[in-house]
Write a protein that binds this ligand. Structure first.
Ligand code: APR
Length: 238
């Protein structure tokens, strides 16, 4: 199992032009979570919910992975068995950068899924309507493959399985309001946090190294720390 986990949130995609959620101007300032990202919204507000994800899917079509995504891809190439890439993001920037085996904890914008039989299909950047509204297997209405607030997030089981063997946890671009990164860091020997600014949801005292910079400006230092860690040199992580 991987000794290093790179755990990311919306902040790593910000410089690719993809909105974060809670920064000023973020998605949750423009939309009401209860309308389009809460359990039951497909029953009470299907059209607006489908349109919201169709728009986000279309929006990422022309977005490009940034330097941070690309450096992480190079790390994966260099250490194919030592690094696990886990993200809360539903965009495909890591995949566009050539990363593999990305664990998307909250779903993936390009997929639609049948809530009844589990049928899943990658519709690319197109709208659900242009694909089809109903499941080809059981005819149930299809939905975006996104975990809404109040719904179960089955991939969290995999997250905690990877944490069992994690020695270095690298956290990039998450406020910690949904997944408690302080709890995650209790599994690792060392933790690196890279955000733009402190978050009320993160206790820095539990973090080995904190870098408040844009991910593209912090990633070279992070890569160096991971390199050193995997070579047994912990000095840069004091
Ligand atoms: N470089 C590094 N960090 C950045 C950058 C950047 N260029 N821009 C923003 N950040 C940091 C901010 O400092 C903030 O801590 O990214 C974080 C973004 O926080 P959120 O907007 O809350 O996004 P995230 O933590 O990923 O949200 C978690 O909440 O709405 C749900 O399911 C959704 O997966 C999402 C979850």
């Amino acid at each position: 199992m991987s000794k290093v986990i790179i755990f990311t949130g919306a902040g790593i995609s910000a410089q690719s032009g993809i909105s974060t959620f809670r920064d000023s101007g973020g998605l949750w300032e423009q939309y009401r979570i209860e309308d389009i990202c809460t359990a039951g919204c497909l029953e009470t507000n299907r059209q607006e919910t489908i349109e919201f994800y169709d728009k986000r899917r279309e929006d990422i079509k022309d977005k490009k992975p940034n330097y941070a995504h690309k450096q992480i891809k190079l790390l994966q190439d260099k250490y194919p068995n030592s690094i696990k890439l886990i993200t809360q993001n539903v965009d495909d920037m890591f995949e566009k950068a050539g990363c593999v085996d990305v664990l998307h904890l909250h779903g993936f914008l390009k997929n639609v899924v049948c809530p009844k039989c589990g049928y899943k299909h990658n519709i690319g950047y197109s709208s659900l309507k242009s694909f089809q509204e109903n499941c080809p297997r059981c005819n149930c209405l299809l939905r975006p493959d996104i975990v809404f607030f109040g719904e179960s997030a089955p991939k969290y089981i995999e997250l905690y399985r990877y944490l069992e063997s994690c020695e270095l946890l690298v956290i990039i671009g998450t406020s910690g309001y949904v997944i408690d990164v302080n709890h995650l860091s209790s599994y690792a020997t060392k933790t690196i946090l890279n955000n733009l600014e402190p978050s009320d949801a993160i206790d820095e005292k539990k973090i080995s190294k904190v870098i408040y910079k844009k991910a593209t400006d912090a990633i070279d230092e992070i890569v160096c720390d991971i390199d050193n860690f995997l070579k047994g040199n912990l000095e840069t992580l004091v």
